[in-house]
Design a protein around this ligand. Structure first.
Ligand SMILES: [Fe+2]
Length: 205
């Protein structure tokens, strides 16, 4: 018995500004974007296979089902993480504006403290560091992730997604992750982040 309908999704286009970043090369971004396209293809393949899965003989397919469902979280995590990442690069860094600045200052004390914490989180992580608004606590956290599917938390909305997988920086910086993170901050488009804060209705008080 099939349990789901299959609907493919398409990768989002890469913004032209992403090919002209300062300190993150076009070659690195293009290779990185191909990985993102791979997550989309993988997600579509898995959703298709799950739609066709025969659950009536589930005793034989639990391990296969487990593998598909774990891989689905990895693929969808890879999509969501990279859509935030690519969307909010292409700017000129600097200080966050308006509501975003208010949120960061309220929850971290200062923009500098937030930046230091996110950088340290990125140095400590194996995959991602995110600044996300937790709707239950009503505040920002810098969360650590070791992979595309670990460790996001429920009911939190990512506003900054710092990719620290080696694939994000090895071409440009080899093992110098700290310099890559500095380049990441220098290319952040705060206008995009500030639009998200407004669109999601994140309260600043
Ligand atoms: Fe990545």
């Amino acid at each position: 018995m099939a349990v789901a309908t299959y609907e493919a999704i398409a990768p989002r286009a890469l913004k032209p500004a992403l090919l002209e970043l300062d300190g993150i090369s076009r070659a690195a971004v293009e290779a990185h974007y191909k990985l993102y396209e791979g997550y989309v293809a993988k997600r579509n393949e898995i959703v298709s296979r799950l739609a066709d899965a025969d659950l009536d003989s589930a005793n034989q397919t639990f391990s296969e089902l487990r593998s598909l469902k774990v891989d689905l979280t990895f693929a969808i995590g890879g999509i969501k993480n990279h859509e935030v990442y690519f969307e909010h690069l292409g700017g000129s860094g600097g200080e966050p504006p308006g509501a975003t600045a208010e949120l960061i200052e309220r929850d971290f004390g200062s923009v500098e403290a937030w930046r230091s914490d996110l950088k340290a989180t990125g140095m400590a992580a194996r995959g991602w560091a995110w600044t996300a608004y937790d709707w239950d606590e009503g505040r920002l956290f810098n969360y650590l992730g070791d992979a595309q599917n670990t460790f996001p938390v429920w009911n939190a909305t990512p506003l900054v997604a710092l990719d620290v997988y080696e694939h994000a920086y090895f071409l440009d910086y080899q093992t110098d992750r700290a310099s890559y993170i500095d380049a990441f901050f220098a290319n952040l488009d705060w206008g995009v982040v500030n639009d998200w804060v407004g669109r999601y209705g994140i309260p600043t008080r």
